[in-house]
Ligand binder design. Structure first.
Ligand code: TXA
Ligand code: MG
Length: 344
């Protein structure tokens, strides 16, 4: 299969792009498209065979459920049995936007493989003009995980999707670089105290202002956490092992010296204040204190490591407040919890 890139942003040709993408989806194909978080790989959520193609193209484990994307609030009632009050408040406050709500699923409407057999499903309305236009023209819910090969960092550019899925999917709508750069916050609204299963752009602090106390699922819950199936899989990892490190120039310098003593090469992913000439490769996370910029650049930086011969990737940690919680959640997974402690 030849993967085609479909352009938007040019008024004379973009209607044809949407018509083509809608046609592909209606006829049971998958289409990659930009959202405000990362690129998604979509299929009509009621079509089991089409959804199966998503798992196939990504190499995704079957027991990891997908997020359903909608273009208008009315669509939700077709497949959600009951919308708790706090979920409605979240929808009013944050949709369209980077917030996925886990809600009780009406049986028999969506394809079974969307929810991996659970009686709940994640739903969101993306805040991106291309995604919204596509969904509103299609007028059907679209199941879409991030459009990367399973285990790799999510794509923030059409080229990342092409790199991972070239020849595996028919087309990618190229809407340029995504905004936020990290996946949506996933909030479980089916339990007594709403719980963040995956931190993202809508932070705990923002949620609590609207709905009151919110819990956070800990990464360590993952083995026993059937509610958040995706938590147990390796994620966001470049080929070289990633190590977290203290956010201090001294620690980073010592680590690089120790890596060099072992005749190995180090890639450093960090904000500008930690850029060290000793690092064999450096990928920026923007200026210090601009946490949104760090989120925006993180996946590109992790992917860039695969274009180098670095043996080890070092990433100084961020404070876990606001969007920092989402960044650290992805980094802890990318590093599989490893810290660089060195030999001395
Ligand atoms: O920003 C995003 O959310 C992107 C864009 C494309 O919308 N999508 C995305 O999908 O990140 P994915 O499949 O990569 O991540 C979905 C996450 C997984 O961790 C999955 O386990 C969790 O949501 N999830 C989905 N349905 C769930 C459910 N019913 N209960 C618990 N967790 C669920
Ligand atoms: Mg993903």
């Amino acid at each position: 299969m030849n993967t085609k890139i479909l352009a938007v942003g040019n008024l004379s040709t973009e209607e044809a792009t949407y018509a083509q993408a809608v046609h592909l989806l209606e006829t049971g194909e998958v289409v990659a498209f930009p959202t405000e978080t990362v690129y998604g790989l979509g299929a009509v959520a009621t079509n089991e065979q089409a959804v199966a193609k998503i798992f196939e193209a990504k190499g995704r484990p079957q027991d990891n459920p997908l997020i359903v994307h909608i273009g208008s609030n009315e669509e939700i009632h077709e497949f959600i049995s009951d919308i708790p009050k706090i979920a409605q408040e979240c929808m009013d406050a944050f949709w369209p936007g980077p917030l996925t709500l886990i809600l009780p699923l009406k049986p028999g409407i969506l394809a079974n493989n969307v929810s991996a057999g659970l009686n709940t499903v994640g739903v969101r309305m993306p805040n991106h003009p291309v995604a919204l236009k596509l969904l509103r023209q299609l007028k059907q819910p679209v199941a879409a995980p991030s459009a990367n090969r399973s285990g790799k960092p999510s794509p923030t550019k059409a080229n990342h999707v092409l790199h991972d899925l070239n020849g595996r999917i028919p087309s990618i709508i190229d809407g340029g670089v995504t905004g936020m750069g990290l996946e949506s916050t996933v909030l479980d609204c089916t339990i007594e105290i709403p719980t963040i299963l995956r931190p993202g752009g809508i932070t705990k602090e923002m949620l609590e202002q609207v709905i009151g106390p919110v819990n956070e699922a800990k990464l360590t819950d993952r083995a026993e956490a059937p509610r958040a199936p995706g938590m147990k899989y390796a994620h966001y990892a470049p080929n070289a092992p990633v190590f977290l490190i203290d956010a201090s120039l001294n620690s980073i310098r010592k680590a690089i010296e120790s890596i060099h003593r072992e005749q190995k090469k180090a890639a450093l992913i960090a904000t500008e204040q930690f850029q060290l000439p000793e690092a064999d490769y450096y990928f920026t996370l923007g200026n210090d204190g601009q946490i949104d910029e760090a989120a925006h650049l993180l996946y590109q930086a992790l992917r860039s490591c695969d274009d180098t011969d670095a043996d080890i990737v070092l990433v100084p940690v961020f404070p876990k407040t606001g969007v920092g919680a989402a960044i650290m959640n992805r980094l802890e997974k990318a590093a599989n919890g490893k810290w660089y402690l060195g030999n001395d």
